[in-house]
Write a protein that binds this ligand. Structure first.
Ligand code: PEP
Length: 238
């Protein structure tokens, strides 16, 4: 199976950047098939535009969050079916920034992932330990609890292992630590589920990270905002 390189644009980007990004990707790919499956998750305001811009390019577009309900009086929220209606095919759920700033727990993340599946989207479910939990030797226990608590019973999902302390920090776990976590996650998940690593993936470290066994791709934040960096990570796929 091809690796999946997913970009999380977080709350960055306006229309001009979206168009510039896609045009650069189009030019650089020059009609060639990319070495990985590609996904960009822009802010909700750009999902529809991205879907339009990527026409004929092999890039999937996803949301960064969805509500657990298909509709209702939830001001400011977006239902998964609203994302699928405008052409999204994936949705990130349970990112550590949502868990931290919006107090999302495993039960909420699981319900969001199920809502995404019900709307025909593939949820990218994020899990990972804090620095304290790692220092206390609790990483595998944390991952086990996250798998049990945040994953719906489905193989139509992607799991992103994102150590909270590695996100946006420039720090990454060692090769052995990533291998250990992914090996454990492989045993804890249904066959066929893609396991992405996320946390400070850059063109400089992508080759090493993407060569680790059981790493089926990467969820990339900061480095996904520049087409050249994003494509360099794609090119680093074995
Ligand atoms: C992320 O936001 O999921 C992420 C991994 O960010 P960064 O690559 O910037 O660490």
């Amino acid at each position: 199976m091809k690796k999946l390189i997913a970009g999380n644009w977080k709350m960055f980007g306006h229309g001009g950047e979206a168009m510039g990004f896609i045009e650069e990707v189009r030019t650089k790919l020059g009609g060639a098939a990319p070495k990985a499956d590609l996904l960009i998750c822009p802010p909700a305001t750009l999902v529809e535009r991205f879907v339009r811009y990527v026409k004929e390019l092999p890039i999937a577009i996803g949301g960064q969050d969805c509500h657990v309900k298909p509709n209702g009086a939830f001001t400011g929220d977006i239902a998964a079916n609203m994302l699928s209606e405008i052409g999204a095919t994936y949705c990130i759920v349970g990112h550590s920034e949502r868990r931290e700033y919006h107090k999302e727990d495993h039960a909420t993340v699981k319900a969001k992932a199920q809502a995404a599946i019900d709307a025909g989207l593939i949820p990218v479910i994020c899990i990972g330990e804090t620095l304290h939990e790692r220092a206390d030797g609790k990483t595998l226990d944390v991952l086990k609890a996250a798998i049990k608590g945040s994953l719906p019973d489905s193989d139509k999902i992607v799991v992103a292992y994102e150590p909270v302390w590695a996100i946006g920090s420039g720090m990454t776990p060692s090769r052995e630590e990533i291998a250990e976590a992914h090996h454990a996650l492989r045993r804890m998940t249904v066959p066929g589920v893609r396991l992405l690593y996320g946390g400070s993936v850059k063109p400089q470290n992508a080759k090493e990270i993407l060569s680790i066994p059981d790493v089926d791709g990467a969820l990339v934040g900061g480095a996904s905002l520049k087409a050249a960096d994003f494509l360099a990570i794609v090119e680093a796929c074995p």
